[in-house]
Write a protein that binds this ligand. Structure first.
Ligand SMILES: *Cc1c(COP(=O)(O)O)cnc(C)c1O
Length: 462
């Protein structure tokens, strides 16, 4: 399999280079040159595989420059740190399914991809006798999952900037208690926007970037999308629908469009998915898009589900490429339009195509807490605020569709304990991995929000 850019100027890239490249050199995102399609019989034959075996079977189709035994080793290693041997257990709440994606080391779904990406980076760099310095900004979840993905890995150092005192206590502890030599937590005196600005400025210094082999680990890396395709298949196989290979609807709490994009690939590969439902909070650009064709960027508001407080869904460009029937010129023009006018226009014909695949909902802050309460009272099961946005979608849509629903559960409720307590007055059980953090030794470097100071800090520690 070769990879190309959504903007058409980069082609014929192999998988390993696509992983290291992150963003394509023409500013686009890398995608496989074709999407492997499987017949329903071929899919059904994968039904009884373990999570790891299934991952291998699916990933093989997208990776032709890593041998099977090596890939198998990388895959098995990536899911060792999960606290459930199924990796992604699927439970049933009443008449819908919930796919628990949060059993990794940082208790959020990003581990599924970042554990794999960390091992992949280590393998590729080792092969090439190369090294990588990862720089990133985080408002909470991505930073800890990235740090856990690469801690202790040869050839990699990671510098993660977070706004001092503005991430949750749990998120801060998850990052700062990792003491491996290759991990540098930087608490910036400023906001998340300041952190992002600093990272962007550092990356725009092309000389600095090349000299120090800088790389990023953000959600546009193709390997992250690939790793996520696996649990769409795995979750489907755990439902009764798999007995007759009939269709399901899948709901995904969405911010950057990375998770649900993997569902889109799974559908294109032939998995029997009726609708993919984009569940948003009050930052509902994607909801407005599906319902009204209105893809216009507004200001970000704070909600109980901070990992979905996003207006620019960075993975959306990949979907656009397929919506425009693989016309890279149209993608480029739309992305330019978005930059200048802060919106993209879609005609009725295109919107009809969008609605064949997607439905969408938007959940208010008030409703978010109500859903957590409803689910707790009905099933004695506690969901986190992100997952609750998804369950709200199930409750709103289940009478409209005939097919059963799977909701993706993206975080453990103990990560967002304050909102959960506000909703139900009860503390969720805190898993051991999180409980132990308070007593651990911490290491964090505090810096002013100044690009040059951060650059100097990085250079000093390389
Ligand atoms: C990152 C994240 C999301 C959003 O996922 P995207 O891939 O950005 O759409 C949802 N829930 C949680 C808990 C997250 O950490």
């Amino acid at each position: 399999m070769k990879y190309m850019s959504t903007r058409g100027k980069v082609k014929g890239i192999n998988f390993q280079d696509a992983v290291l490249m992150g963003l394509a050199d023409d500013g686009g995102l890398l995608i496989p040159e074709e999407i492997p399609f499987m017949s329903i019989n071929e899919i059904e034959a994968l039904k009884d595989k373990s999570y790891q075996e299934l991952a291998l079977a699916i990933m093989k189709k997208y990776i032709s420059d890593i041998g099977e035994t090596t890939l198998e080793k990388i895959v098995f290693k990536s899911y060792e740190a999960f606290d459930d041997e199924r990796v992604v257990p699927v439970i049933k709440l009443g008449d819908f399914y919930l796919s628990e994606l949060f059993h990794g080391p940082t208790y959020a779904f990003k581990d599924v991809a970042l554990q794999f990406l960390g091992n992949l980076f280590e393998y590729i760099l080792d092969q090439r006798n190369d090294y990588l310095n990862i720089i990133g900004a985080t408002s909470g979840d991505t930073g800890s999952a990235a740090i856990y993905g690469v801690r202790g890995k040869k050839g990699i150092k990671i510098f993660i900037l977070h706004p001092k005192g503005r991430v949750s206590r749990m998120q801060e502890l998850q990052m700062t208690t990792v003491l491996d030599d290759n991990v540098f937590n930087i608490a910036v005196e400023g906001t998340f926007d300041d952190c992002q600005y600093i990272v962007k400025e550092i990356f725009s210094d092309v000389e600095f970037k090349r000299e120090h082999h800088l790389g990023s680990i953000n959600s546009i890396n193709w390997a992250r999308v690939l790793a996520q395709i696996v649990y769409y298949f795995y979750s489907y196989f755990q439902t009764d629908a798999a007995d007759s290979m009939s269709k399901v609807n899948i709901v995904v709490p969405t911010g950057n469009f990375g998770n649900i994009l993997a569902g889109f690939y799974a559908k294109r590969m032939g998995l029997p998915i009726n609708k993919l439902v984009i569940a948003t909070n009050e930052n509902n650009i994607l909801y407005r898009f599906v319902k009204e064709g209105d893809y216009s960027i507004k200001n970000v508001v704070q909600t109980y589900s901070p990992s979905m407080d996003i207006q620019i869904a960075s993975n959306f460009e990949r979907f656009l490429f397929y919506l425009f029937e693989e016309d890279a010129d149209k993608v480029r023009k739309s992305m330019e339009q978005l930059k200048v006018e802060k919106k993209i226009f879609f005609n009725d014909e295109l919107m009809e195509k969008v609605r064949e695949v997607f439905d969408a909902t938007s959940t208010s802050n008030e409703r978010n807490l109500e859903v957590i309460k409803e689910i707790y009272e009905k099933y004695k099961y506690i969901v986190d605020p992100h997952t609750a946005c998804g369950i709200d979608a199930v409750l709103k849509l289940k009478n409209i569709y005939d097919e059963p629903f799977i909701a993706m559960s993206t975080a453990h409720p103990a990560k967002f304990i304050d909102s959960v307590v506000k909703a139900i007055g009860v503390k969720p059980e805190i898993p051991r991995g999180l409980r132990e953090l308070e007593d651990k030794e911490k290491r964090v470097y505090e810096l002013d929000a100044n690009v040059n100071l951060v650059k100097k800090f990085i250079e000093k520690n390389l």
